[in-house]
Design a binder for this molecule. Structure first.
Ligand SMILES: C[S@@+](CC[C@H](N)C(=O)[O-])C[C@H]1O[C@@H](n2cnc3c(N)ncnc32)[C@H](O)[C@@H]1O
Length: 272
């Protein structure tokens, strides 16, 4: 059983049930993801880029950690942080920080509104991701920079622990079936997608974090597998005790494996 087999029609959207911000561990899960990836995101955002950065957009900001880092990275800029669910961004507004409820699949910004746009771990969950990518490029000002970060499952396929591999790929199978998530091709195709939209100066970094009981990726993955456990257990080829076995291994010293990879793409919209 892999996450690569053809997917059926999705039955819900991100946040309806799966990964709802009302879930008991969802804030912790997103904080763990931020602990894994914020240093990578900050590196990508801090690389020399557009001369003067006055307008930044953090799409699907989650807990808002990157939006806050943008305030430091771009001291002359106004940062707009958007989310479908603003629950974890409450109290974050400030003189240079706007918080906006915005559905990236339907809500617009005027063309050329932002000098820097960052979006992490969102488009792979959206079935209309290709169209959304095109709209994000339109929102970028000429000369502006896009940083987009998405997961890729190849490192999970290479994991040595068979039960961990089966359960981890099972989690991505559940997401593909229920909300239309693509952790297989979308992230790896980002350089081609960016080039096809006329973006230049394309840079790529791939990060494969360690999963163990005391790493941020270990925490993120344990909470993710716990959340999706019943769906994973119902998949063909998954044994009854697989999910509890992996959750137990992720909760104690001794287990160490590769986690899901993240592809970080930086690209620039030509000035003319
Ligand atoms: C996996 S989380 C990533 C959060 C944050 N970008 C990060 O990397 O820490 C995906 C986020 O996208 C938000 N989201 C889902 N669908 C969205 C949509 N259509 N428009 C805007 N945000 C959306 C969710 O509420 C959730 O906070």
């Amino acid at each position: 059983m892999t996450a690569r087999t053809a997917r059926t029609e999705r039955t819900e959207r991100y946040g309806d049930e799966i990964f709802s911000h009302t879930g008991k561990d969802e804030r912790d899960r997103l904080s763990a993801l931020a602990d894994v990836l914020d240093p990578v995101s900050v590196d990508a955002l801090a690389a020399p880029g557009p001369g003067s950065v006055r307008r930044c957009l953090e799409l699907a900001a989650g807990t808002g950690s990157v939006a806050l880092r943008m305030l430091d990275l771009f001291p002359s800029a106004h940062v707009t942080a958007t989310e479908l669910d603003l629950r974890f961004l409450e109290g974050m507004r400030g003189e240079r920080l706007g918080v906006l409820r915005h559905d990236v699949t339907t809500d617009e910004f005027p063309e050329g509104s932002f000098d820097v746009i960052h979006v992490r771990y969102l488009l792979h969950h959206l079935p209309d991701r290709a169209e959304v990518f095109g709209r994000i490029v339109r929102w970028l000002a000429p000369g502006g920079r896009l940083v987009i970060e998405e997961p890729a499952l190849f490192s999970l396929e290479a994991a040595r622990d068979e039960v961990y591999r089966r359960v981890s790929l099972g989690a991505l199978r559940v997401l593909a079936d229920r909300i239309g998530t693509d952790c297989t091709d979308w992230g790896l195709d980002l350089p081609r997608t960016a080039a096809a939209h006329g973006l230049t100066g394309i840079g790529l970094r791939t990060t494969v974090p360690t999963v163990a009981y005391d790493t941020p990726m270990g925490r993120f993955w344990r909470l993710t597998l716990d959340h999706l456990g019943p769906g994973i257990a119902a998949l063909p080829g998954v044994h009854t005790d697989d999910v509890p076995t992996v959750l137990d291994r992720l909760s104690r010293p001794g287990f160490i494996e590769m986690g899901m990879a993240t592809v970080t793409l930086t690209a620039t919209k030509p000035a003319f």
